[in-house]
Write a protein that binds this ligand. Structure first.
Ligand code: C5P
Length: 223
């Protein structure tokens, strides 16, 4: 059995984007490399947790020493997360597409003289909010908020609305270089306040989150 501050505990981490098919060859997606989510899964593993990583399509290798579930769509990601319950810890890092294409075409859509097709979108499930309010909710639920504006107020309202214990708020303005880059500047927002972290390599930010999780679980604080 693993040693470490999270030994004996299980964790679910979502990472990467989701791809929502338009037809067999096209999709809509969010930008996400999966680097931060995969690093968090690895940090929790290094702390001794039994980790299930639910990953959308990424080019990263599967991290060793954990169970990795590969999914494409938000619906598949939610199903994989629910299958991995119960868990002690859940960290939702994936950049899930908010919408899927309603009535995806089973055949490749052809260019026609009538001009481009119109895409009709349907709302995807919010995985964090679903699990944050789930009958089998993990004891500790952490989400991300990638924002370009009103970082803190958006993070606070997400905490509340999605039933999370903490939101890692992340400024993704294009000038910050966070998307696909190696570093992150995070503010950890809880109902109790805001911790400002320095700019850290994604691996270091992941280790810091694992430490925060371990400390929080040691204190045994409820919500
Ligand atoms: O609302 P927003 O997408 O900014 O919220 C981000 C947080 O919610 C992240 O933790 C993300 O993984 C999660 N999320 C989710 N399912 C969605 C949308 C977001 O789990 N459909």
């Amino acid at each position: 059995p693993a040693a470490g501050p999270l030994a004996g505990l299980s964790a679910i981490v979502t990472s990467g984007p989701t791809h929502e098919p338009i037809d067999p060859v096209r999709y809509i997606a969010n930008r996400s490399s999966g680097r931060q989510g995969h690093a968090i899964a690895a940090a929790l593993r290094d702390f001794g947790a039994r980790v299930t990583l639910v990953s959308g399509p990424v080019t990263l290798p599967d991290p060793a020493g954990m169970s990795v579930r590969h999914v494409e769509t938000a619906a598949e990601m939610l199903a994989a997360v629910e299958t991995a319950l119960p868990a002690d810890i859940a960290v939702f890092v994936a950049a899930v597409a908010d919408w899927r294409v309603a009535g995806e075409s089973a055949k490749k859509i052809k260019k026609t003289a009538e001009g481009p097709p119109a895409l009709v979108l349907a709302e995807n499930p919010d995985i964090l909010a679903t699990i944050g309010h789930h009958a089998r909710r993990p004891g500790l639920v952490v989400g991300f908020a990638a924002e370009t504006d009103d970082l803190l107020s958006n993070a606070r309202s997400k905490l509340e609305r999605k039933g999370a214990d903490a939101i890692l708020a992340n400024d993704v303005s294009p000038q910050g270089g966070v998307m696909g880059g190696g570093e992150n500047t995070i503010r950890l927002v809880t109902p109790g306040g805001v911790e400002e972290w320095p700019t850290l390599a994604k691996e270091a930010a992941a280790a810091r989150l694992a430490e925060w999780i371990a400390a929080r679980l040691r204190r045994g604080s409820g919500r």
